[in-house]
Each structure stands twice: as structure tokens, then as C-alpha cells.
Design a protein around this ligand. Sequence first.
Ligand code: ATP
Length: 202
Amino acid sequence: LKFTKLRLQGFKSFVDPTDLIINDGLTGVVGPNGCGKSNLLEALRWVMGENRPTAMRGGGMEDVIFAGASSRPAKNFAEVSLLLDNSDRLAPQGFNETDGVEIVRRITRDVGSAYKANGKDVRARDIQMLFADASTGAHSPALVRQGQISELINAKPKARRRILEEAAGISGLYQRRHEAELKLKAAEGNLERVDDVIDQLA
Ligand code: ATP
């Protein structure tokens, strides 16, 4: 799944609608300090389902919304759209009906975040799973933050293993196993409760 276009609106310093075309090959973003280079990477991570404010260099999730500048009032929402090339039809089920998949995430003040895939409402989990299966996503090692290389060198073996697992494309399976374990635990709890009820009846 290739990224072909990123569109930002009201996201951090990108107050007006801004399109970034992502062509084949290596994409470099250059500019003076503070012009918004890191904000672009954050937008990419955010539209793929990032939910940790710290990863977005903010205190709360709404901090991604344009907060206003001396000449412009604050915005009420932030929206990022990511266009994926699906011409080889490799997208997972549910996303695979068209040659291109458009993922949109929008956050509105006091309302929260909502996602759409090709215009249809979807859950955060669906989006996170789509990218986990495609071996990319908000935590993808392909997106290298400032300071991340030294973090990696100093990382514990377990943390380093996660990165290799991500590269091997099995993170989606881990997430599913975790969800299955939670369901199993809930089912075990229910069974115990049924046993209690049976004991009381006996
Ligand atoms: P560096 O090279 O220092 O990392 P950069 O080019 O990557 O810089 P960013 O750190 O991405 O730049 O951009 C920071 C800019 O975005 C700052 O000017 C900051 O004021 C602005 N900014 C961040 N969040 C918001 C927000 N919610 N509303 C308005 N402006 C914001």
C-alpha cells in the first residue's frame, strides 16, 4: 500500500488546506527550523491512528488543532486525509473495493475524533489494524522521529524485538491475539458467574 497524497487542514501549523503529493522513491522535506516539517510526520502518524498525545508533542489530543496565531483565530477542528494507492488490490478486506483508499481522521473540539475510509464511518481500531497488517502505521519504524536513532541504540532487547516484529509484518497478529485473550478472560469470568448461580440454585 503506497501513500500517494496527504492533505492537512487545521492540523497544527497547517491552518489552510494543504496537499502534499507523495511520489515514488524517497521523499525529503526541507525547510528552516519551526516551519512544520515534524508536524507533517505527526499528521501521517495521527491519520494512521496515533492516540498518545506525547507522540504528537502535545498535552492533550485536541492540541493538534490549530491553536491560533497573532493574525488568525484558532480553528475548531483538524482534519488529515491520506490517500493510498490500492491498484494492486492488496488492501485488507473491507478496504479493497477501489483502486485508491482514502482515510480521513477529523477531531473537533469537545467532540473528539472520527475516522472515515472511502467516505464510510469506521472505528479507530479498523484503521490501526489496516496499517498494522500493511506493516506500517503510527508506530512504524519507517517513520523516524528526531532522537529516535539514539533511543533505538539504547533500547532494551524486548523493545528492539518489537521493531523487528513490525518489520516482519506480524504486529497485526499480536494485536488480534491480545484482543482474543481479553475476550477469553471475559468469557471465563462469565462462566464463573454462571457456576455461582448454579451453586445457589442447587
Ligand atoms: P524542527 O526542525 O525544529 O523540528 P520543524 O520544521 O519540524 O522544526 P515543527 O516542529 O513541525 O517544525 O513545527 C513547529 C511549528 O508548528 C511551531 O511554529 C509551532 O508554533 C507550530 N504549531 C504546533 N502546534 C500548533 C498548533 N496546535 N497550532 C498552531 N501552531 C502550531
